[in-house]
Design a protein around this ligand. Sequence first.
Ligand SMILES: [Zn+2]
Length: 284
Amino acid sequence: MTGPAAVRRLPPAPPVPVYASSWGRPVLAGLWLATVLVAAGFGLSGASISVLWPLGALGALLAWVGAGVRFAEIGVFARPLLCVAGTPGRLALTFDDGPHPVHTPRILELLADAGHQATFFVIGERAARYPELVRDMARRGHLVANHSLRHQPWTPALPAAMLAREWAAANRQIAELTGRFPRWMRAPVGLVSPPVAVAAQRCGLQLVHWSATARDGVAWADRERCWQRLRPGLSAGAIVVLHDGVGGETCAAVDLLPAVLGELKARGLHSVTLDALLGPPVPQ
Ligand SMILES: [Zn+2]
């Protein structure tokens, strides 16, 4: 039998969060152990180079730790969210390092004109300086998330207790301004270490990384290069990072955003907040 009565609509599959690899830790630990064993073998085979094997082991350990801190996506010290599968037509634009008194209002306008929503990872100290901008983000339906209190680049080396204290203060500040306690945390520069993972957990925050970046977080970022890097990553389920808090008169994110929004339109993609990306699909 055919016809409308026979048509059954299957409920849409729920989105699937994709986290950093679970293989990073055992693979790098294995590589380290192999390096130690090889270095030890060399050390035992000749007294003249015996001093090299502990140095080799130490060097390999530092490389292992450095790789884990620098490349959060290999999941050595934590498994942050990278993207979300099963979200046809949707992705999440995210903006780091704001609010900025000039660039953030421009980005809010561009998003509003195109009808998109985003997640803003704000720095606590800047949120305190420009509270009205954070309120405005929330009023416009964007999500405000935690990007630390002071954005120190050496964050991975700081003790968990200190990070937790600072991030809890940033959480309270965001909650006071938006009426909502943040759920998401992006570590400064995306660097993840054991103290970063512990502090996020103590503050009730989930770590999020990205799947597409323009690497626009520096004042000298070249717009064309940023665009070439970012463009291939604009796909369904992507978590895209741009930076609205870069100092100076120009901001690559502001320059790039019209092209990004044009590309989203051409690809039939819509930016939603991280919560919405993970939520049930919106019926069309
Ligand atoms: Zn940042």
